[in-house]
Design a protein around this ligand. Structure first.
Ligand SMILES: [Zn+2]
Length: 502
């Protein structure tokens, strides 16, 4: 049963798709983000320091690490030959926009003997680079930073690379992204929006979700500003006329989920939910009514914990940014959301906030191994969003599923199989409602008890890891004790939409 809430005026026919597309990282709303960073690509192959002479200690089998990880959709993203365990990122800013200075310290383990290796990095001037404390040579090749250590790195060795740099944060433009991504700025402050491959415009990295790592952040900014980042605030110290803020993300995180907010923001204490600290970061001019709407977060978190298991991180909240970036993004523990969505459309905000929070379990804690597995992010978050939409009384889940089922043939015609998107359709309806529909069909096939056991097991078993569609299919079959090969062949690996079971 549901009450007579004016859901048809809140969500008129045809609004569902628009909401879900916006809830992803799609749809441009141009003209509101002020980019001060020049969009120029770095010069190709410009040596900043001279490569060292080969050392006699170089292992005989050392060779360069590869420039990519072989991702079929984003082949240049990520780099071969090592696995990052930790990024320690230190930034200094003078204003809400303009140049920055930074040092990224990257701890990684070599998976092969490395004579050199790549980092994904765009823009900036590199002022120093070391590997294990010794000066290293660097070379640029497009968005690749090639580091040649003074001494080759043995396979299995853990090594630390430090890169210092300065300049205007560059925009990252990619056909797979819904707009400019990277470290963006608006009148009241900077914020990060890096999905799928914009982290390279913020710090040198292995910019691929298959290589998750721990993070610490140090942000030095004028004392009049507020800084925030993923994870927990672990220190705040005056530094002359500036303040240094330190944050720690103690659970693994994919690079595209980095958030760094610096500017005229307020921090709102939202209390706790089951030991999870709720804190929001909002533009200072946000009115009181809008601030109070953030309280819904606590109800949403409790609702999803009942369905999926304990929230995976120590803290959660929303970053309400001044200029609409035209999308909300589930940056780990601190979801980016345009202020206008919160201020102008409470129901829309409520539904999108549920979607982004659900990504904490599906996308952030359990991340895609390849970008073609994006339905494991967006389908799950959209299905969670449907459940919240139903729970909150806006629309029934059954109606949402029927609506998606009616449109799915068109989506499959245009975009193909759910588990095989093109790079330009990562954030299309096939991966949102079209993939949520797959989960609904699975629920109807194996029943509620097995379905929610599958969701909880999926999170519990793979929390902190990166996963594939094959792994989900295997887990669903195992937990439900059902042969689902025919089901997944029809629903995930076909362009024909089957009838809904039952
Ligand atoms: Zn999403």
């Amino acid at each position: 049963m549901r009450d007579g809430a004016p859901r048809t005026t809140i969500r008129p026919a045809g609004a569902v798709l628009a909401i879900l597309v916006l809830a992803g990282t799609a749809c441009a709303r141009p003209g509101t983000i002020r980019h001060t960073g020049a969009a120029r690509p770095p010069a190709t192959s410009t040596s900043t320091t001279r490569p060292p002479k080969p050392s006699t200690t170089i292992p005989g089998d050392a060779s360069p690490g590869s420039a990519g990880l072989g991702d079929t959709l984003l082949p240049a993203s990520g780099n071969g030959g090592y696995d990052v365990s930790q990024y320690d990122l230190a930034f200094a800013v003078d204003d809400t926009s303009g140049p920055i200075t930074a040092t990224a310290t990257i701890t990684a383990t070599a998976s092969q003997a490395l004579s050199s290796f790549h980092l994904d990095f765009r823009g900036y001037e590199i002022t120093a680079a070391t590997v294990d404390g010794a000066a290293a040579a660097t070379e640029r090749d497009g968005d690749e930073l090639i580091v040649t250590p003074a001494t080759a790195i043995a396979s299995g060795a853990t090594f630390t690379t430090a890169v210092s740099y300065s300049g205007e944060p560059p925009l990252v433009k990619d056909a797979s992204a819904p707009g400019d991504i990277g470290w963006l700025d608006a009148d009241s402050g900077r914020f990060a929006a890096a999905e799928p491959n914009g982290a390279k415009g913020i710090f040198p990295c292995n910019d691929h979700p298959s290589d998750k790592a721990l993070f610490t952040f140090s942000i030095t900014a004028p004392a009049t500003m507020t800084a925030a980042a993923n994870g927990v605030l672990v220190g705040q110290e005056p530094d002359g006329a500036s303040m240094r803020w330190r944050f720690e993300q103690a659970q693994p995180m994919a690079t595209y989920l980095v958030q760094l907010a610096v500017g005229d923001y307020d921090v709102i204490d939202g209390g706790t939910v089951d030991d999870v600290t709720i804190r929001h970061v909002v533009v200072r001019n946000l009115d009181e009514a809008a601030r109070q709407r953030l309280d819904i977060t606590n109800d949403q978190l409790a609702f999803f914990e009942q369905l999926f298991g304990n929230y995976p991180f120590a803290t959660y909240g929303l970053l309400i940014a001044d200029a609409p970036p035209s999308f909300a993004l589930e940056t780990q523990t601190l979801t980016l959301m345009p202020a206008s969505w919160l201020a102008d459309d409470p129901a829309f905000f409520d539904i999108v906030a549920a979607h982004e929070l659900a990504h904490s379990w599906f996308g952030d804690a359990v991340s895609p191994q390849r970008w073609s597995d994006i339905w494991l992010n967006e389908g799950f978050a959209t299905y969670a969003e449907w459940m919240w939409t139903d729970h909150a009384g806006y629309e029934t889940l059954d109606h949402l599923a029927q609506e998606a089922h009616a449109q799915a043939p068109e989506w499959r015609d245009e975009f193909g199989k759910v588990a095989d998107p093109a790079a330009t359709n990562l954030f299309g309806p096939n991966e949102y409602d079209g993939a949520a529909l797959v989960l609904h069909a699975l629920r109807l096939t194996i029943g509620d008890e097995a379905f929610f056991a599958v969701l909880r097991q999926w999170f519990e078993r793979y929390n902190g890891q990166s996963v594939t569609t094959d792994q989900f299919e295997a887990l669903a079959a195992e937990v439900s004790k059902t042969d689902l090969s025919g089901f997944f062949a029809a629903w995930v690996h076909s362009t024909i939409v089957p009838p809904l079971p039952g």
